[in-house]
Structure formats: structure tokens, C-alpha cells
Write a protein that binds this ligand. Structure first.
Ligand SMILES: O=C(O)C1=C[C@@H](OP(=O)(O)O)[C@@H](O)[C@H](O)C1
Ligand SMILES: C=C(OP(=O)(O)O)C(=O)O
Length: 449
């Protein structure tokens, strides 16, 4: 018997028979884990990552850093016997920095964090580092990072294998990089700015990044970069701290090895919170941080506006749906990665929604604006694309196949709709492995199946 390939397999999305009541332990943040891996690899001493996310994107990051010579040891411990102190329970990664070296090959998969954060690291390596990835990775914007690295002193070959400014490419690391001031247009991805800042302390002159161009998306992710750099001992000047608008400066200096516990991924908490909203139930997410730079924290406000209510308690974030779901008019430019889940809930609401400020989602894992429009409309919905977002007019939906285009957030968006609409089948739910490999189990577990 031949097996159905994962990308065509259909997963019957569970339909909720009533209000969902559950506590869901959401695995670690992709964005925090991959920043922590980069910073720990560039540090002057070993460090620990506790409760890291183990998913395709983070394993690709770890694999790439290992290929450049970094030691990353995975440990699982149930007691405090592991070196590192009394909190050393559960999964932890010990990161042992070393002289970065090539030749090495990096598979970026379709991970924006890997394809953007690692070319600056590769410029510090001794030897050539070749980057390749999924076909979609060739289409995702990278030119801001490549052009900036050239200005800062790196040698990059992006023409012999692919199109200029895109993958595949080779960074010819020279063991060090001059660094200094550079202008970039990061309107297509905040990750360009984060990438240059993360390695900045290791450039000879540090780095001064000046964004020129249209509005910069995903500002919380840049704040996350700055916060994590500062926690690792770096000196960073930012626009927020009274500096020039759109200019970030990182001073050269050694980075500390940290002992960092990774927060749960609040963007991956989204489908579970949505389940409470859609079914009029209650979902608790333990370990929701009181302070965080994660964009998913904005769900407390957005999903409250859509009809729920929430409270941060000792048990975690307790989110309760009222039984009604309201549409909203919202600028999602700061929290673009939440768009698919918000669109799914909006399609089930009692009034229309307008989601704005997310034109750059056309160059995410897939063209998310086109994909959401097509898939919701195939189920009977009424969604139209605008120049920078979506108009969603709720209509009664029916079952059918929800295609995911190798996009983890399309799969979880389809699952949200499936709670309220019988007969929804998610094509390639396995694509959630990009950031949440246990999604199907967590989802059915939440529903008590
Ligand atoms: O830096 C990060 O960890 C991320 C930044 C954002 O990228 P864009 O600014 O390209 O949207 C976000 O959408 C992505 O999921 C993760
Ligand atoms: C846009 C996303 O990922 P990436 O890090 O690949 O850009 C996402 O996770 O929604």
C-alpha cells in the first residue's frame, strides 16, 4: 500500500460540540528560541536555553550553528542534578560557542529567522558558508540583509546559483567584519533590522542601522531583539530611548552566556485562545509572561475586542469567550503573524472586519492574503483582498478542504474554522511542525478527545 504524502493528506478538523474548557501548555517561542541560539553562539562563554522550542525552524537554526562549529548539547532532566542550578528541569540546550568556521552548508528551510539572522553570523566565520532552502525561501525578501552586509565589509556570492539578492547564496566569511553605519529598507521584513543588530556586537565597529523606506512592520519583534541583546550585555541605542527615529546603534563588545528560560509562544497560543472565543468556553495558558515583547500578547486586547475577556492569574492567562464574536477594524502591522488566526475568527463573527497594515504578508510562508481569501471563500465565505489587508464579511460557512500552502498558520487558521463548521478538512496539517509540531495532539487534547 502506498502512503499518502504528508502534503496531500487530509486531517478532519475536530468540530466542537460545546464550550471548550481546557488548560493548554504551549511550547516555547520560535522567535525567542532562535534569537537566543544566535546570541548564545556569539557569546564569549557557554550558556543555557531552557524549555527551548523544538520545531523545524529552531532545529534548522541549531543545525546551522552546529555546522559552523558551535556546540549545542540537548539535555533532558527531571532533577536539579544537571549542572546549571535548581531550575534545571525539563529540556535544556547547552550552547558552547567556538570560533565560527566554514566551509559549511546551511539549510534555512522556509524559516525567515534562519535565512535573515544567519548571513551576518556567517560573515564572522572563517570560510565559506553556503545557504539554501525550500523553493519558497528563494522568493522571500533577503536583499536588505545582503546589501547591508556588503556595505559593512562582507563578500557574498548571490549570482552564481540564484537570482541576485536572494537564496541560494554563499557568504565568504573572513573571520571578522568591519561593521559601521548602514542604511536599509526593511519595510518588507523587520527581520532585516533584527539580523544586523543581533550580530552587531561582534562587528569591529559595531553597527548603526538606519531604516529608510515605507513603514517598518513587526516592531515588537525588533524590541525583542533589543531586549535580548541588552540582557546579554550589549549596549544598544534605540529610537524609543530618545534616539533618532528609525536608527539603532549597537556598540562592539563581548556577549554574556545566559541561563534563559524561553517563554511560551504566544502567537502559537492564538488558536487555543480562539477556541475559547469561538465556542464560548474558557482556555488557560500557563506561564503567560507578565512582561513580554512577543506580539502574541496583543491577543489579550484583540480577542477581547472580538467578544472575549481575559485575566492574568497565577494559573496563567485565563481567556473566556462570551458566545458572541464581533468583527473589528484593526491595523495589524505590528503583529502581522497573528493575521491568519484573526481572519479565521473574523469569518465566524456577527459583523464585518477590516484587517489593515499587512501588505508584507504576501511574502511570508505563502501569500497569506491570497491564501486566506481563497480558502475562506471556498468554504462559502466572503473575503476580499485590499492593497494592505483583508475585508471579511461573515457568511454561513460549509465544510470542505482547507489548503495550507506549507504555511503553519494557515493550518491553525483552518482548525479554528473547523471548530464551528462541520466537515472542514485541513490539507497537510503536518506543516504546523514549522513552529508547533504537536499541534494536532494539543488540539484534540484541548477538546478532550
Ligand atoms: O523576528 C521574528 O522573529 C519575526 C518577525 C516577523 O517577521 P516580518 O517582520 O517579516 O513579518 C514575524 O512575522 C515572524 O514570524 C517572526
Ligand atoms: C512569518 C512567519 O515566520 P518566519 O519566521 O518564517 O518569517 C510566521 O511564523 O508567521
Amino acid at each position: 500500500m502506498t502512503e499518502t504524502p504528508a502534503h496531500t493528506a487530509l486531517w478532519p478538523a475536530p468540530h466542537a460540540s460545546g464550550a471548550v474548557t481546557a488548560t493548554v501548555h504551549v511550547p516555547g517561542s520560535k522567535s525567542v528560541t532562535n534569537r537566543a541560539l544566535v546570541l548564545a553562539s556569539l557569546a564569549a562563554e557557554p550558556g543555557w536555553l531552557r524549555r527551548p522550542l523544538r520545531s523545524r525552524d529552531t532545529l534548522l537554526m541549531a543545525g546551522a550553528l552546529r555546522a559552523m562549529g558551535v556546540g549545542i548539547e540537548e539535555t533532558v532532566s527531571s532533577s536539579s542534578s544537571v549542572a546549571g542550578g535548581p531550575d534545571a528541569t525539563g529540556e535544556a540546550w547547552r550552547v558552547i560557542p567556538s570560533g565560527l568556521r566554514g566551509p559549511a552548508t546551511v539549510d534555512v528551510g522556509n524559516a525567515g529567522t534562519v535565512m535573515r539572522f544567519l548571513p551576518p553570523v556567517a560573515a564572522l566565520a572563517d570560510g565559506p558558508i553556503h545557504f539554501d532552502g525550500d523553493p519558497r525561501s528563494y522568493e522571500r525578501p533577503l536583499t536588505g540583509v545582503i546589501d547591508a552586509l556588503r556595505v559593512l565589509g562582507a563578500r557574498i556570492d548571490d549570482t552564481s546559483l540564484g537570482s541576485p539578492g536572494a537564496l541560494p547564496l554563499t557568504v565568504h566569511g573572513a573571520g571578522a567584519l568591519d561593521g559601521g553605519p548602514v542604511e536599509i529598507d526593511a519595510s518588507s521584513s523587520s527581520q532585516f533590522v533584527s539580523a544586523l543588530l543581533l550580530s552587531g556586537p561582534r562587528f569591529n565597529q559595531g553597527v548603526e542601522v538606519r531604516h529608510v523606506g515605507g513603514p517598518l512592520p513587526s516592531m515588537p519583534h525588533i524590541r525583542m531583539t533589543v531586549d535580548m541583546l541588552r540582557s546579554a550585555g550589549a549596549q544598544v541605542d534605540t529610537p524609543e530611548a530618545g534616539g533618532e527615529p528609525n536608527v539603532w546603534r549597537v556598540t562592539p563588545g563581548a556577549l554574556l552566556g545566559r541561563d534563559l528560560t524561553i517563554e511560551p509562544d504566544l502567537s502559537n497560543a492564538q488558536p487555543f485562545l480562539a477556541a475559547a472565543l469561538v465556542t464560548g468556553g474558557t482556555v488557560t495558558i500557563p506561564d503567560w509572561p507578565a512582561y513580554t515583547t512577543q506580539p502574541g500578547d496583543a491577543l489579550r486586547q484583540i480577542f477581547t475586542e472580538m467578544g472575549g475577556s481575559c485575566e492574568l492569574t497565577e494559573q496563567g492567562l485565563v481567556f473566556t469567550g462570551s458566545g458572541s464574536i464581533h468583527g473589528l477594524d484593526v491595523d495589524l502591522s505590528e503583529v502581522g503573524e497573528l493575521t491568519p488566526g484573526i481572519a479565521a475568527v473574523a469569518a465566524l463573527a456577527d459583523s464585518p472586519s477590516t484587517l489593515r497594515g499587512v501588505a508584507h504578508l504576501r511574502l511570508h510562508e505563502t501569500d497569506r492574503l491570497a491564501a486566506l481569501t481563497k480558502e475562506i471563500n471556498e468554504l462559502g465565505g466572503d473575503v476580499t483582498e485590499t492593497a494592505d489587508g483583508l475585508h471579511i464579511r461573515p457568511r454561513p460557512l460549509h465544510g470542505g478542504v482547507f489548503h495550507t500552502y506549507d504555511d503553519h498558520r494557515m493550518a491553525t487558521a483552518g482548525a479554528i474554522i473547523g471548530l464551528a463548521v462541520a466537515g472542514v478538512q485541513i490539507e497537510n496539517v503536518a506543516t504546523t511542525a514549522k513552529t508547533l509540531p504537536d499541534f494536532p495532539e494539543l488540539w484534540t487534547g484541548m477538546l478532550g478527545n
